[in-house]
Design a protein around this ligand. Structure first.
Ligand SMILES: CC(=O)CC(=O)O
Length: 666
């Protein structure tokens, strides 16, 4: 495939001289670094002087700490490099710095939800709610290192929950309420939260979802819970009549005069637990540290996104995606946040653009899939809405198609920094993304992020230069996880990132860096499913399918769909004397939808006589995924115990390709 080069947007004088990144570059020069002729120069300096670079971010962004670090970085060895040793700080205190020191009556959060009327919070109210919740959490015995988990929509309570938790030095973890009981138990069951924040229900796409039965089930199945904080998003559903459940209002109203608490802790003290896709069992629990999140998000949001005081930041995300954590970090910059809880297509696909217009959003983020849907629906938001405040648009989840770059510049706004960004849960941030200092080229991510020494590597560990290769990072940066939960010797951590190339972080994306410093991502390099931008582990689907009596075995892969997204394809081996009937297909789908999530539901289900296995007894997803992409993998074939199974799958896919009656995507 040829590399796209067409320039769609050029930074103007404001971006080149007045953007936060331009001002930071000029400040560095005053500090004696540089000179920097262009972004590439700045990036080269940032990765060849990691201590100087990250130390400069600490100072330039004004990190609040009761004790500064003795050392920025103790070694460049991965894994094991330690950042900001000796520092004492608090994550939430840094996020709330504008609330603490700024105008208390300035609006800081607008929450808009399908389930209830809009809520607006000024800085003083946000701070007061955080303090009240902290007092209640302390009463429940929550102390530094404890976990507080939320199954909540993207409402202000999730934000307050996270800030209160991390302010106390406890660890926050969240999931979206559309996840089924077992998907949540797979995650929170491992981290044993002391307090669980649950919503009693929600409205999505005009429909009511009652969560009260699931909530009782969660409180029974997740070990370690001392209290459930129950959120009445739909008052008519009430709260369970159970002393374990405490209504949100009751908890907060018990402490109207509390003052916020910001425990001073080391920089690598954990603040978040996020979850990997779980291809080889239950999801991995990825632990992120305060200093890493703070410094990296400050760099990404202040400098790369050019977000600041006076701006309004709206990322369309659920609480189960790391982009929620990214959105929350927008507070660091002094920007106002827009929290959206509901369907982006209710009452119609225009609703997010109406919100952007109404709230004068300056920075809007979404998934590539959403932009693609708007293009396919022939929306012209730039003509139908006042988008004059909008300056930046972010896209992630899957690669943004060149046609969608065109659509944004044609149908949204011609003068806009369109940042296609990519990184993920593992770093709760980005390897590659946008910058106000470079042009936007069609189909390309603008740049490697500052301080991130990302390269493409060949399978034998050489730098692939401008060829496609494995996305790697060759020097440490602070957003790498501090550890995995329940991984005392770090074996799972090392296996996840350092097994491919010793001492080098391998991310699992297939990437190409362009000669002018941009990047194109071709998808995951392993078999993880990613429909709708939500990363899904195949094991989550096996767990549902293989407990259905009629199914003997199964294999699931992600297949590229013509719209640039991924669709889930399921192969099943039927139990003796069973056939795959339409009724059974329906049952499989509804089980997956109920117990995992709507995003896990397969678009296609095929019956086959055997599933490919490696000689060591592992299902071979990768070879099938590659086949679906029109590639064959001789190495994998050689490792198969039953290679003939792949031929059967190929025949079955060829037949399915001729069958125009296959069901629509869920
Ligand atoms: C920044 C990202 O990479 C987000 C994602 O796709 O998960």
């Amino acid at each position: 495939m040829s590399m796209q080069e067409e320039i769609l947007w050029q930074p103007g004088p404001r971006e080149l001289t007045q953007s936060a990144m331009a001002r930071y570059r000029d400040w560095l020069v005053q500090e004696g670094h540089g000179p920097f002729h262009d972004y590439q120069d700045l990036h080269n300096w940032s990765v060849s002087h990691p201590s100087a670079f990250w130390g400069s971010i600490w100072r330039y962004t004004g990190v609040r700490a009761s004790r500064d670090p003795d050392q920025v970085l103790d070694s460049t060895t991965m894994p094991g490099a330690r950042w900001f040793a000796g520092a004492r700080l608090n994550f939430a205190e840094n996020l709330l710095r504008h609330a603490i020191h700024g105008n208390p009556s300035e609006e800081v959060v607008l929450e808009t939800s399908e389930s209830r009327e809009d809520r607006r919070l000024d800085r003083a109210t946000l701070l007061a709610r955080v303090a009240s919740l902290q007092a209640w959490l302390q009463e429940q015995g929550v102390t530094p290192g404890d976990r507080v988990a939320g199954v909540v929509g993207n409402t202000h309570e999730a934000l307050v929950g996270m800030l209160a938790t991390t302010g106390l030095g406890a660890i926050w973890s969240s999931a979206s309420p559309d996840f089924g009981v077992s998907a949540i138990v797979d995650r929170f069951g491992q981290i044993e939260p002391k307090v669980l924040l649950l919503t009693n229900g929600y409205r999505y796409n005009g429909k009511v979802f009652d969560r009260t039965d699931q909530n009782r089930e969660l409180s029974r199945q997740i070990p370690g819970i001392q209290r459930v904080l129950s959120l009445s998003m739909l008052p008519e559903l009430g709260h369970p009549d159970d002393s374990l459940f405490v209504p949100w209002e009751t908890a907060l109203s018990a402490y109207p005069k509390a003052t916020p608490i910001f425990e001073q802790l080391p920089a690598d003290h954990p603040v978040y637990i996020l979850y990997s896709s779980g291809t080889t069992g239950v999801p991995k629990c990825i632990v992120h540290g305060a200093g890493g999140m703070l410094l990296n998000h400050s760099k990404e949001l202040l400098l790369h996104a050019d977000l600041g005081a006076g701006d309004t930041f709206f990322y369309f995300t659920t609480t189960g995606w790391m982009m929620w954590n990214w959105l929350a970090s927008g507070l660091l910059t002094g920007a106002r946040l827009v929290l959206f809880d509901g369907s982006p297509a209710h009452p119609d696909l225009d609703c997010l653009w109406s919100l952007i217009s109404r709230e004068r959003v300056t920075h809007f983020g979404t998934s590539a899939k959403y932009l693609g849907n708007c293009r396919k629906a022939d929306l012209e938001p730039g003509n139908t809405h006042d988008l004059s405040a909008l300056r930046a648009l972010f896209s992630t989840g899957s690669p943004l198609l060149p046609e969608d770059f065109d659509w944004v510049y044609h149908s949204v706004k011609a003068d806009l920094m369109l940042s296609s960004i990519s990184g993920g849960t593992d770093i709760c941030g980005c390897f590659v993304g946008g910058t106000p200092l470079l042009p936007v080229r069609r189909g390309e991510i603008q740049c490697r992020m500052l301080g991130v020494d990302a390269r493409a590597y060949t399978p034998d560990g050489r730098d692939a230069g401008h060829d496609r290769g494995e996305l790697v990072c060759v020097t440490p940066f602070p957003a790498m996880p501090v550890r995995f939960w329940n991984d005392p010797d770090g074996a799972r951590y090392r296996k996840s990132y350092f097994a491919t190339y010793p001492g080098i972080w391998a991310h699992g994306d297939f990437i190409q860096f362009t000669p002018h410093g941009g990047a194109v991502i071709y998808g995951r390099s392993d078999a993880t499913l990613n429909p709708g931008g939500v990363r899904i582990g195949t094991a989550e689907i096996y767990r549902q399918v293989e407990t259905i009596a009629e199914v003997a075995d199964s294999l699931v892969v992600g297949a590229p769909h013509e719209d640039g997204d991924v669709e889930v394809v399921l192969f099943v081996v039927m139990a003796p004397d069973q056939t795959l009937t339409p009724e059974l297909e329906k049952r499989i789908r509804s089980r997956i939808r109920a117990n995992a999530s709507p995003r896990h539901v397969p678009a296609r289900i095929h019956a086959v006589s055997q599933i490919p296995y490696t000689r060591s007894g592992k299902k071979v997803e990768l070879a099938v995924a590659r086949m679906l992409q029109g590639e064959t993998d001789a190495e994998n074939l050689g490792a198969l115990a039953n290679p003939e199974s792949l031929q059967e799958i190929a025949r079955c896919l060829a037949l399915a390709g001729q069958d125009k009656s296959r069901p629509a995507r869920p």
